[in-house]
Design a protein. Sequence first.
Length: 297
Amino acid sequence: MQKKAENQANLIIRSKQAEAVLQDFALLVFLACILAGALLIAASGGQARIENIVMFLVMGAGIILAAYKARYIAIVLGAVQTLFYTIYKIYQAVANGAEITRASYIWLVLPLLCIAAMLVFMNTTYKTEVMAEMLEEQLRNMVLVDAVTGLYNLKSMYMDLERQMAYSRRNELSLCLMVLELRYVQELKSILNANQFDELKKRMAEAVEDSVRLEDRLYAVDTAGSIGIICTCDKKGAEIMKGRILKKLGEKETFEDILDRAIRVDVRTGCVEYDKEKISNAIEFKQKAENELQYDV
């Protein structure tokens, strides 16, 4: 299995390297085509210069279409441009005896080559962007820690809660879920800037962590400072823990220096003891604990 994973990883790396080389090559070809067209215009004069300018402008339109992913229209435009130019030069040579110069042969391949190079470049760029978006989404899904408080987040709480519920059922052990919610969140946000509010949430998390036992786990359940606590005790033990938490949060030094004046931080608490007959999953467990918040007046 490990060797298979290593082979897959090496295959992905080689594929990315090949795409990067192809992207660079396509860009070089495109720039070379633009340079060639500009040199043809600079080196020509009279009627030939007008022809070169017209061809360059039409080629530019095809490049723009290719850049904005209208690939089929861009290819058709390049093909029609080449066809009409070929017919025009043959007519001029037959009817008027005009000389077909080397520059004329260059224009037979330049438009389609330039458009093709742009299409390859845009295609590889699009694949890179899609891959980057997929990796970013995967990283977001893998993150289990709240960036502000350092606590595990809601996704992690659901995972741990399901395990704790199963463990409680098998061993007939007590289990409670407590939820702490900041009161007057909007008022706090109105007097604190974003950094100060983050500092308040961090201080609150530290205070709660200092008030619970080592075996109890804390989680940041939202961006408004709410905290979930999985308590490996009965409802009576959770109430004792609640008293310690409220006492710690009520101490003056807990939130000092966030502002130049004192901040009053109040919380509502909801706590539910696990009952396997009434609670079937972690989401329902959390909802019942949140329902208890309304009774904390």
